[in-house]
Structure formats: C-alpha cells, structure tokens
Design a protein around this ligand. Structure first.
Ligand SMILES: Nc1ncnc2c1ncn2[C@@H]1O[C@H](COP(=O)(O)OP(=O)(O)OP(=O)(O)O)[C@@H](O)[C@H]1O
Ligand SMILES: [Mg+2]
Length: 396
C-alpha cells in the first residue's frame, strides 16, 4: 500500500494535469464538466456539482453536475441562501460535513427537489482576485469521511476552475464587445452624415423631414442593437437564468399575435392560429424567454413578408414534444443562407439594405431554445415563404 504522502503527491500531480487541460479550452461547458468529473475522482466520492454565482440576484445556481443528466431539474433550481453552498458563498470558507442532516446550515430543498440523499459533503468557494465565481461541492465520500487533504485538493481544484471560468468569460466578452463596436459603426456613421446634411441651408422642409425620420430609425436600430447585444451576451456567458413552469403555448401565441398586430396591420398581413390537439399544448419552459423567441419569429415573418401576406401559427402534439410552427408567405431565404441564419449578426444580403435588423434575433432564439432543451428548424423557398418549426418539451 502506498503511503498517504505519495497518494497526496499523486493527487496534486493530477491537479496540475487538469489545470493544463483547462488552459487549453475556452468552452465553458467543457471546462465545468472536466472539473466536476475530476473532483469526484480525486476525492473518491459519488457526485460533484458546480454552482455559479449570479451577482445581480445574489444567488447561486447549478451550472454543471456529474448527475445532471439524471436530474435535469437541477439546472432549474435556484439554490436557497440558507444552505451549505449559500453559507460557503457568503463566508468564502471551505467546509467538510460528515452528516449534513445534523448541520443547521443544511437545506434539504435541493435533495428533495431531485430526490437524492446526501450524507457527507465537502464544499469550497471558487474565488479569483477576491471575486466569488461560484462554489464547488462534492457529495457522499464512497468510504470513510472527507479529510483535510481532500478539502485542500478541492480548494486547489476550485482555484483552477475559477481562473478557467473567468478566462473564458473575459475571452468571450472581449470578442463580443469588439463585434458590437463594429456593428455600432454603421448606424452611427449614418446619423453622423445625416446631421451634417441637415445643417445645409438650401434644404426643403420635406427633405429635412426625411432626414429626421432616418435619424429616428437609426437611433432606434442602435438601441435595439444594444438591447439584443446585452441579451445575447448574457445567454452566451451562461449568466442568464431560466425558470421552469408550465406554459400554455396557445395562450402565449395569442398574446404574441396581439403584440405584433399593429406592425402586421401596417403591411396588411393576416395572422392566424390553429391548434390540432387542444389538451396537450402545455410545454415545460420559461414563459418569458419563450415569448421572446415567438416575438422574434413573428417579427421576422412580418418584416420579411410582402404586402397582404399571411402568417400562420400551428401547434402539434409530437410525443414528448410540442411543435410550434410559424409559417409565412414572405420573401423566403436562399438555400446558401439557411445554414448561416443562427450566426450572430448574420443577415442575408437580399434584405440587408432595405429592411432594418440587427442580425441577432435568431441567434438569441437559438441560445434560448438550447437552454430549454428545445430545438429550431427553418425551411424556406425564395419568393414563396418560410416555415420555422420549434420543438419544445411537453409538460411531464
Ligand atoms: N421569416 C423570414 N423570412 C425571410 N427571411 C428571414 C426570415 N427570418 C429570418 N430571415 C433572414 O434571416 C436573417 C437573420 O434573422 P434575425 O432575426 O437573426 O435577424 P434580423 O431580423 O435581421 O435582425 P433582428 O431580429 O435582430 O432585428 C434576416 O436578416 C433575414 O435575412
Ligand atoms: Mg429578426
């Protein structure tokens, strides 16, 4: 049998290897999965989870866990402040508990929610430059109790994890900010030119009016761009939280139709809705986020439609999923563009000049739907129309 010391050294070597691996990727999910799996292995335990800290809500939420695939609900849980993880987050201190049920700081909220029995726990904060990134917790040591060495190893792993997460966030942030600045240049340039023209004395009242309307349109585009950008980057960084609730897709669709009705009427577009299976259109999703998706799709179907065009929403029961289909009689999308639509800022050349947009709508939809375990598919024929199918998990 190896001496305790040798085992400890081996474990530190393993951490070194892990941190090398972590440094080689910037993909946040790969990083987090790698950390939880290593934590379980190094501490000889059953499960490990990473809870990230959302400073705006001052709460932790599950972001990754070795048992997440069995307990999908984990991602839907907002961890109570009064819990062991909450305590560690608040005090920035690591803890070991042999029997959590004898500790008053323990909350059985999570284990009840996913029906999992917790006995022992080792929990450490993940901190980088005094900033709390989250909490790393390991559950149920396979034999014996968690030791001081276990805690030290987990702390070391937690620090590596915090650095890797922060790096990945900074990397994506600088990337998206560069993108945004680039996109802001076009509307800013247009406003700049027009204000310059407006100052010319020979302009007629009509010409002035046209210029002012263009400025108004461009500032609207700027503000839309910034709002969409913020939405998208929150989703991309994994900071956005989702709540799960039963969502009646028929009611939600009708609500969205009402909201877009004025824009549709401007182009004399008729919007209809049909649902084939009345009793089973309740999805399990985040209502507000799903509303954002539907409004984006309807906005596209109006914007890229013809005068007197039509839009139809239909709902189908498809086993475990509900299919929500938005069909329009618009300008359609060329074959070559279909695979590009979900890329951020992508707009097809055919519409770029004449119709306003930021090119973020579908990228946002895709991210939201991924988080909701839902999918989106677009089929289209130029000059005939576009059919978007969204499949959303049915309420279980
Ligand atoms: N229903 C549709 N019919 C025709 N083209 C579409 C339709 N939906 C999307 N497109 C094409 O896909 C591109 C990307 O759509 P997306 O919603 O992401 O951005 P956008 O509408 O240009 O801008 P935003 O939604 O941010 O205001 C559009 O520019 C357009 O070329
Ligand atoms: Mg759009």
């Amino acid at each position: 049998m190896k001496a305790e010391n040798d085992i400890t050294i081996e474990k530190y070597k393993a951490i070194l290897e892990i941190s090398n691996n972590l440094a080689s990727t910037l993909d946040i999910d790969t990083i987090l999965n790698h950390i939880t799996e290593s934590a379980v292995e190094l501490l000889n335990a059953n499960e490990a989870s990473i809870l990230l800290y959302d400073p705006s809500k001052e709460r932790l939420f599950f972001r990754s866990a070795t048992n997440m695939r069995y307990h999908e609900d984990l991602s839907k849980i907002l961890v109570p402040k009064e819990s062991l993880a909450g305590w560690v987050a608040e005090h920035h201190e690591a803890i070991i508990i042999d029997d959590v049920h004898t500790d008053t700081r323990f909350s059985d909220f999570v284990e009840k929610s996913i029906n999992y029995h917790t006995q022992s726990m080792c929990v450490v904060p993940m901190i980088v430059k005094d900033k709390l990134i989250g909490v790393l917790e390991v559950l149920n040591k396979k034999s014996g109790q968690f030791s001081a060495v276990d805690q030290e190893i987990l702390l070391a792993l937690g620090i590596q994890a915090a650095i890797a997460i922060e790096n990945s966030r900074l990397f994506h942030q600088s990337d998206t900010i560069a993108d945004l600045v680039h996109e802001l240049r076009t509307p800013l340039g247009a406003i700049n030119t027009i204000t310059y023209l407006l100052l010319r004395p020979e302009l007629t009242q009509d010409q002035k009016q046209t210029f002012v309307s263009t400025i108004q349109e461009e500032t609207e585009r700027l503000s839309e761009l910034v709002t969409n950008f913020l939405d998208f980057s929150r989703l991309e960084s994994g900071r956005e939280q989702f709540v799960w609730e039963p969502v009646d897709l028929f009611t939600l669709s009708k609500e969205c139709i009402l909201l877009v009705a004025p824009k549709a009427q401007d182009k004399h577009i008729d919007i209809s809705i049909e649902h084939k299976s009345p009793e089973s259109v309740i999805a399990s999703a985040d209502r507000n986020k799903l509303k954002q998706v539907l409004l984006n799709l309807l906005s596209n179907s109006i914007k890229y439609n013809k005068e007197n065009g039509r839009i139809n929403i239909s709902l189908f029961d498809a086993g475990h999923m509900i299919e929500l289909v938005v069909e329009d009689t618009g300008v359609g999308i060329a074959e070559k563009d279909l695979s590009e639509l979900f890329k951020k800022y992508y707009r097809s050349n055919d519409v770029h000049q004449t119709i306003q947009g930021t090119g973020l709508g579908l990228a946002i939809c895709k991210k939201i739907l991924e988080n909701l375990n839902a999918s989106i598919d677009i089929q289209s024929k130029v000059n005939i129309g576009t059919k978007v199918t969204v499949s959303i998990p049915k309420k279980g």
